[in-house]
Design a binder for this molecule. Structure first.
Ligand SMILES: Nc1ncnc2c1ncn2[C@@H]1O[C@H](COP(=O)(O)OP(=O)(O)OP(=O)(O)O)[C@@H](O)[C@H]1O
Length: 320
């Protein structure tokens, strides 16, 4: 649904987006994680051509945005909804009027506008707030209005620029759950940028990690978390360094049904090694459960064999 191929964008000597290729299938949520200045906002602005790339192609819903006429581009942009951290609502208009605005600008007939606004407010759970003004709403409600407005023209794609960064944790979860509902009920494709790892692990089907304009890794979230050495996994698990004490320190990553397996008992049984856990953590993401365990094994040939055996059993094993 969204496809970027070798996209670059510079500002002077800054490579804000550097040779990025990315595919987001229809009806999935893709999250781009990165620190401030990594290039996330520029990437998002490139996708709706608010910022034309210096090179590379951007395809949304089968249309190569770089080849469109100005009229074609306006039409394509209307099919891309966008929500922002600070909502960008018109404060002197009611909730209903804010949602109606894109429909008015696109000269949709009055009866149809009213039907559509009612439908959208119902979708985001704000039917009873239609006559209020943004100032009378909570942050989460304002973001719902902004989402309803972004969906007014029935876009294929929703772009979210840190939509939950200004919200408290409970409200963040409500908005993220709404994104999931939109993916599942409307088949909407959502590309979101965030600096919050929890946003990625809670709702994203796939993710990219950006650093200095580059995508340093990307893939299904559960797969990234299960990959030893993955940047996303290291951020998610944040396990303590093994510290002094000698021996062989290994990090074991396991997924799916392996999470519940008595791996330590198996090590003792097969190799007669005393393994001690130095740290461990389990993450439940949209696609399943991924766990990580740091073990200290005695310095011995049996321990070497035990580590190799774990690897053969399909666990991700890394020396640390
Ligand atoms: N219009 C611009 N003119 C000059 N430099 C820019 C412009 N927009 C972005 N940059 C630079 O490009 C780099 C990437 O910025 P960008 O805003 O895309 O990062 P970001 O990951 O979204 O950061 P943040 O989370 O702080 O918004 C930064 O070094 C930034 O200073």
């Amino acid at each position: 649904m969204i496809s970027l191929s070798k996209v670059s964008k510079r500002f002077g000597s800054t490579r804000a987006v550097d040779d990025v290729s990315l595919d987001v299938p229809a009806a999935t949520i893709h999250g781009v994680l990165g620190r401030s200045g990594a290039g996330k906002s520029t990437l998002l602005r490139v996708v709706n051509l608010l910022e034309p790339p210096d090179s590379g192609t951007v395809t949304v819903a089968g249309r190569d945005l770089g080849t469109l006429t100005p009229a074609g581009l306006r039409d394509a942009r209307a099919r891309i909804g966008m929500v922002f951290q600070h909502f960008h609502l018109l404060h002197n208009r009611t909730v209903a009027a804010n949602v109606e605005l894109p429909l008015k600008l696109h000269r949709v007939e009055r009866g149809e506008r009213q039907r559509r606004v009612a439908e959208l407010l119902e979708l985001v759970g704000l039917s009873d707030q239609a006559r209020k003004f943004p100032a009378q709403l909570s942050g989460g409600q304002r973001q719902r209005v902004a989402i309803a407005r972004a969906l007014a023209l029935r876009p294929d794609v929703l772009l979210s620029d840190e939509a939950t960064s200004a919200l408290d944790p409970g409200t963040t979860v409500e908005i993220l759950d709404l994104f999931v509902k939109l993916r599942d009920t409307l088949g909407l494709t959502i590309l979101l940028i965030t600096h919050e790892l929890d946003v990625i692990t809670r709702i994203c089907d796939s993710a990219s990690v950006m650093r200095d304009g580059k995508v340093v890794e990307h893939g299904p979230v559960a797969e990234l978390l299960a990959t030893p050495g993955s940047d996303l996994a290291d951020q998610a698990f944040r396990l303590a360094a093994p510290g002094e004490g000698g021996g062989i320190n290994v990090e074991v990553t396991f997924t799916g049904s392996a999470v519940g397996e008595p791996v330590l008992a198996a090590l003792v049984r097969h190799f007669d090694v005393d393994a001690s856990i130095t740290d461990a953590s389990v993450h439940t993401v949209a696609q399943g459960t991924v766990g990580r365990l740091r073990l200290r094994l005695p310095q011995s040939a049996a321990s070497e064999k035990a580590a190799a055996w774990l690897s053969e059993q399909g666990y991700g094993v890394r020396r640390i």
